[in-house]
Design a protein around this ligand. Structure first.
Ligand SMILES: CC(C)(COP(=O)(O)OP(=O)(O)OC[C@H]1O[C@@H](n2cnc3c(N)ncnc32)[C@H](O)[C@@H]1OP(=O)(O)O)[C@@H](O)C(=O)NCCC(=O)NCCS
Length: 362
């Protein structure tokens, strides 16, 4: 049974659990590669559709080639029926939007999608329905299928700013979140997929990992901290005090990165291009103050700190931050879902038993 397995803390840190051709993250060098491309470079230069095509189908599209077809495939069938919209909305009654979204994700993979024999068409279709499901859970109008993915995502999040610079900044955030190796949510998706589960329930398993503060929930907490730092009138003093009290700062640290998070660079640039991003100045002050205290431990501002400032600027309610992350990472989850289905083996690790020795009922 477990006799030859080293005791583990359950985090699987450093444990190789799969082979994957989708992405790799070198946390000591600060490098994230998606299908061989640097993730920050992809976010800087590509649309979300192009990145999703790369993540799902392995190649980056160039101007004039199939990205148009792929974007069309993502749009096709993205409209939910009135019953599906009502079902998604009903789940939000008495539940947080994040929890409702987890349950509603099964609606991304409807019977039409499931009957599609071409799996790459199926994943494109499921991806297109993610914004529709997010909008339905939040009670917003269905996003127009003719819009770009980023524009549909903005509508699904209820973003109040949809000018070109704001949409581009949101698109950069979505691209940066599109794929990042075996995060907890991606791993959850892979575990579900390994049982042969359909795409919708596998995405539901992934979203279920996002509500806690250590993963997707960090963005809402980061916003609360940034607002408190701003309202204190002395953001730097505020943060120094928290560090001295050994409190964990939301939006700082990463299980893999022990150097600066490379995803911050293009996001910061896209936010600067928006002209006014009020919390961005607070982010910079907070980051500067924390640096001498946390950098020696390998703790740096992560993408969630900047994402929180961006979503605040777009006036997206924190109850929708899990939806924002979902809209970005959905193509990555789907790529992992396909990859695991192709391998065909059920995930079944072992644990070190710490309970009582065998005993008798009688
Ligand atoms: C992401 C996270 C869970 C990774 O943590 P981890 O790899 O398990 O790190 P550890 O718990 O081993 O912490 C290592 C040290 O760094 C400190 N640390 C980790 N994250 C910290 C943070 N956000 N703020 C302040 N100190 C932090 C720990 O207190 C610990 O210090 P110590 O050695 O003096 O006790 C953690 O950094 C965190 O909780 N961050 C805040 C939430 C967040 O932003 N999540 C989104 C990640 S993209």
């Amino acid at each position: 049974m477990s006799a030859n397995i080293a005791p583990a803390d359950g985090s699987l840190e450093g444990v190789l659990v799969a082979s994957s051709a989708i992405a790799t993250v070198d946390g000591r060098a600060g490098i994230a590669l998606v299908r061989g491309y640097l993730l920050p470079e992809l976010a800087e230069h590509c649309t979300y559709e192009a990145v999703a095509h790369l993540v799902l189908r392995g190649e980056l599209t160039r101007v004039g080639d199939p990205v148009r077809t792929f974007a069309d495939q993502v749009r096709e069938g993205s409209v939910l029926s009135p019953t599906e919209r009502a079902t998604a909305r009903a789940l939000a009654h008495g539940n947080t939007e994040a929890d409702a979204l987890a349950a509603a994700m099964i609606l991304t993979d409807d019977l039409t999608a499931r009957s599609e024999p071409d799996e790459s068409l199926r994943t494109a279709r499921v991806l297109g329905r993610v914004a529709s499901v997010c909008a339905a859970v939040a009670g917003f109008d269905a996003p127009d299928p003719a819009w770009s993915y980023a524009r549909r995502a903005a509508a699904a999040l209820g973003a109040k700013r949809v000018d070109p610079a704001a949409l581009r900044a949101l698109e950069v955030l979505l691209c940066l979140e599109a794929e990042h190796g075996l995060s907890a949510s991606t791993f959850a998706c892979r575990v579900a997929a390994s049982s042969g589960a359909n795409a919708g329930p596998s995405l539901a398993a992934a979203v279920a990992t996002l509500s806690g503060e250590r993963h997707g929930g960090a963005t809402a907490q980061a916003r609360a901290m940034l607002e408190a730092a701003r309202d204190s009138g002395d953001p730097q003093g505020f943060v120094r005090q928290k560090c001295e009290a050994r409190e964990r700062l939301p939006g700082f640290g990463h299980r893999v990165y022990k150097v600066a998070d490379p995803r911050v660079v293009p996001l910061r640039a896209a936010m600067r291009a928006m002209g006014d991003a009020p919390l961005l100045d607070v982010v910079e002050l907070v980051a500067q103050a924390a640096e001498p205290l946390l950098a020696p431990k390998g703790i740096y501002p992560n993408i969630d700190l900047y994402g929180a400032a961006l979503l605040t600027t777009l006036d997206v309610d924190p109850s929708r931050y899990v939806a924002a992350f979902t809209l970005g990472i959905a193509c990555g989850w789907l790529a992992h879902w396909s990859e695991v289905r192709a391998s065909g083996r059920l995930v079944r690790p072992d644990s070190v038993y710490t309970g009582p020795a065998q005993r008798s009922v009688v």
